[in-house]
Design a protein around this ligand. Sequence first.
Ligand SMILES: [Zn+2]
Length: 207
Amino acid sequence: MNHVAPARTDVRSPASLVVGLLAAAVLTIIGTLGHPILTSSATSVGHALRGDQHSALGVAGGDVPDGVTVFDARYPAVAKLDPALLGALRRAATDAADDGVEFVVNSGWRSPAYQEELLDEAVAKYGSRAEAARWVATPATSAHVSGDAVDIGHSDATAWLSRYGAEYGLCRIYGNEPWHFELRPDAVSHGCPRMYADPTHDPRMQS
Ligand SMILES: [Zn+2]
């Protein structure tokens, strides 16, 4: 074969191809990563997984009708929260009301059966128990089942709590769950502890 010095365009074409393939690969990666980032904007795990559907277990199992507030003790999801957590939420909600902000409870206490239902749905959605664990705890590890966690809406309420919640001991725990709050009494004097990126980094989930 004769060797012919490549013209300038012959040199550049493979390079352009490589650049094009790299760009396509980057777009693919962004598309893949974008999914959970978009999902994290949903108002609660339960709502993210099931839209407007509610648990077949009903309010006795911890399901919450739309629009229930932290003052509405008719529902076990609110009434079975740890009394100290509920008290802090009500004090904060009373002050937030002065700013025109209302705390809606999207999820609070959950029965073990309801938690298992959420976990099963997460496994179906995310394809594996390991990936589902990034979003939904087991009945044994969930702070919702023990009454120590609440998922608050709407976004004005979570924004208010992110800013002022520490004054009441109310802290965000997970970077990927801006709606999920738990009581950390030391936060009143020391501020909230550093957040975990997601529940898989929480030592309580390692059981
Ligand atoms: Zn939660």
